[in-house]
Design a binder for this molecule. Structure first.
Ligand SMILES: [Zn+2]
Length: 307
């Protein structure tokens, strides 16, 4: 089950006191608003919470308590008063998006609402100066990919020739809150899908899966193998997984490879995003042979969005 397959597709609201859907400037809202997760809601925020996609007002339900009486988490929802304003987040089920014309798809790309992904960067790009560089400062290379034939036309079998990107998971993690509601087209998809609906929790994975997908997981422990802890030795980074049939679930890569992505002994509790296949690993499962652009730590400020 992907992240979005539930009522909680609205991961955060934009909060800006004094702003209104009818009279407010959207650029100002996007620039000045604070992000508020459903769990951070307080009653004085009423009237100043807005949808990050359609910008109409949001309510939190239930209003007073953190949880429903049956234990389900509180969530944000749109107001009936704005039911005529179309919003892709109104639906509790993810919907793929198709485009009427080439121009419409092209405009969605130009407006950064649609990203055509041709692939992820496999090898570390040559960097001019690496000495002393913090991992966070590693430039995220978003390379232009080929013009791709993308089957996202509204009419059966229709495809458009659109510019693609060869990207990195780190690039997806940067401005993750904004990216969550962009539509992404990965190779072999039938339509474009919002990122929020493309992220699969490692916690719920029960078996191998050859088809690469986007996953997110929490680092439970991490072990640098080998007596002398050489950079070439494998580091096993174990991710939280509650499935009784899975003994453990890890990222299995050389220590130096993980280290350049910021994963060290100090990374327990951090969230990692991976684009890859799920492979067998003895009694457990793993991600292995990941390319340079295929995994990244999620900046801590976004952890709440995947909680
Ligand atoms: Zn909305």
């Amino acid at each position: 089950m992907a992240l979005g397959d539930n009522k909680r597709r609205i991961k955060y609201a934009l909060r800006l006191a004094g702003w209104s859907y009818e009279n407010g400037n959207r650029d100002k809202l996007k620039r000045d608003a604070a992000s508020v997760a459903p769990s951070e809601y307080q009653s004085e925020m009423d009237g100043s919470l807005f949808c990050p996609v359609c910008y109409t007002n949001l309510n939190r339900v239930p209003k007073q308590k953190e949880h429903f009486s049956n234990g389900r988490e509180a969530y944000f929802c749109h107001l009936a008063a704005y039911k005529d304003i179309k919003c892709d987040l109104r639906s509790s089920r993810p919907e793929g998006k198709r485009y009427e014309t080439y121009e419409e798809a092209r405009k969605a790309i130009d407006d950064e609402n649609l990203v055509i992904v041709d692939g992820f960067i496999k090898n570390k790009p040559e960097l001019p100066d690496e000495a002393g560089g913090e991992y966070d400062e590693t430039p995220v290379e978003d390379i232009d990919g080929p013009i791709s034939d993308v089957p996202i036309g509204r009419h059966r079998g229709e495809s458009f020739k659109l510019p693609s990107k060869i990207t990195t998971v780190a690039g997806i993690c940067r401005n993750f809150d904004e990216n969550l509601y962009k539509y992404y087209y990965f190779p072999n998809q039938k339509y474009s899908i919002q990122l929020v609906d493309l992220l699969h929790p490692v916690e719920e994975i029960q078996e191998e899966d050859d088809g690469p997908k986007l996953y997110y997981g929490t680092i439970e422990r991490t072990v640098h193998l080998g007596e002398h802890k050489r950079p070439d030795n494998i580091r096993m980074t174990y991710l939280k997984n509650n499935q009784s049939c899975v003994h453990d679930f890890c990222i299995k890569l050389q220590d130096k490879h993980q280290k350049t992505h910021g994963i060290t002994d100090a990374s327990v509790g951090r969230t990692v995003i991976v684009y890859g296949a799920v492979s067998d690993n003895g009694t457990g499962l793993c991600f292995k042979n990941l390319g340079w652009g295929e995994f990244a730590l999620l900046p801590r400020k976004y952890d709440e969005l995947l909680a």
